[in-house]
Ligand binder design. Structure first.
Ligand code: ADP
Ligand code: MG
Length: 251
């Protein structure tokens, strides 16, 4: 079971879009996939389900130990996910007083052993708080998602520092498994330059597939569909399928 947290403390860089569509791409490649929505904003959840669809139990209840993981796994077309809800925003405070507060997700994920998932992808919130710390403690790999824009690398040292601290104190198996460049607009010279800087900085950790700016990717969530369900011929579907292959085969 490969466990991967998709992260960046900035919002709007494409974490949720990437978690859903790399996950769906891996499922198309025959892998058994589970996505975990660890963001209280629950964008992943509502990109796959309507608000009216009542989700009684979420990752929040699993983290609090109130339910088993089986009670929170929801099925989509070809893969599974664990939903989030706004309640999780209170969790940072509530959970802060629990013993081993950084290992709560790790404990939930122990219950996944024997379920045959090939990939568990975690969509992190846009900050470096307790939930992100739980993700880094629970996984083997972090994928950093970067928007191909000015200041993409700005503030990244804080994220890399947190990864180092977790490696030293909580999870010595943790590594940065890959860098994903998203929202790439080839008409903008600056985008090329930024991707160049990202490659200079991270070398061969950067996935070769770069996710282009594509309106279908922005539209699919309001239809509660992955890009493959919404528009299989879009450049977004092409890019995410290529990226999923790279994730599967290693880079
Ligand atoms: P994050 O999870 O990092 O906050 P999202 O995945 O929610 O970022 O993406 C932010 C916004 O940009 C969303 O409205 C999403 O639909 C849109 N978006 C993400 N990737 C692309 C892309 N490659 N092309 C066009 N729009 C995108
Ligand atoms: Mg998000």
């Amino acid at each position: 079971m490969k466990t991967i947290a998709l992260t960046n403390q900035k919002g709007g860089v494409g974490k949720t879009t990437t978690t859903i569509n790399v996950g769906a791409g891996l499922a198309k490649l025959g892998k058994k996939v589970l996505l975990i929505d660890l963001d209280p904003q629950a964008n992943l959840t509502y990109s796959l389900r309507t608000h009216s669809h009542r989700l009684e139990k979420t990752i929040y209840h699993a983290l609090r130990g109130q339910v088993n993981v089986d009670d929170v796994i929801v099925k989509h077309n070809g893969f599974d996910f664990i939903p989030s809800s706004l309640e999780l925003s209170g969790a940072e405070l509530e959970l802060a007083s629990e013993p081993a507060r950084e290992s709560l997700l790790k404990n939930v994920m122990k219950q996944l052993e024997g379920k045959d998932y090939d990939y568990v992808l975690i969509d992190c919130p846009p900050n470096l708080g307790l939930l992100t710390l739980n993700a880094f403690t629970a996984v083997k790999e972090v994928f950093i998602v970067l928007q191909s824009e000015y200041l993409a690398l700005h503030g990244l040292s804080k994220l890399l520092d947190l990864i180092k601290v977790v490696q030293q104190r909580l999870n010595n198996k943790l590594e940065v498994g890959g860098i994903i460049c998203t929202l790439y607009d080839s008409r903008k010279n600056l985008n090329k330059e930024v991707v160049g800087h990202i490659k200079d900085y991270f070398g061969n950790k950067v996935f070769k597939t770069i996710i282009r700016d594509n309106v279908a990717l922005a539209e699919a969530p309001s239809h509660h569909k992955t890009i493959f369900e919404y528009d299989g011929n879009s450049s977004g579907a092409h890019d995410y399928f290529e990226l999923a292959k790279e994730v599967k085969n290693g880079h």
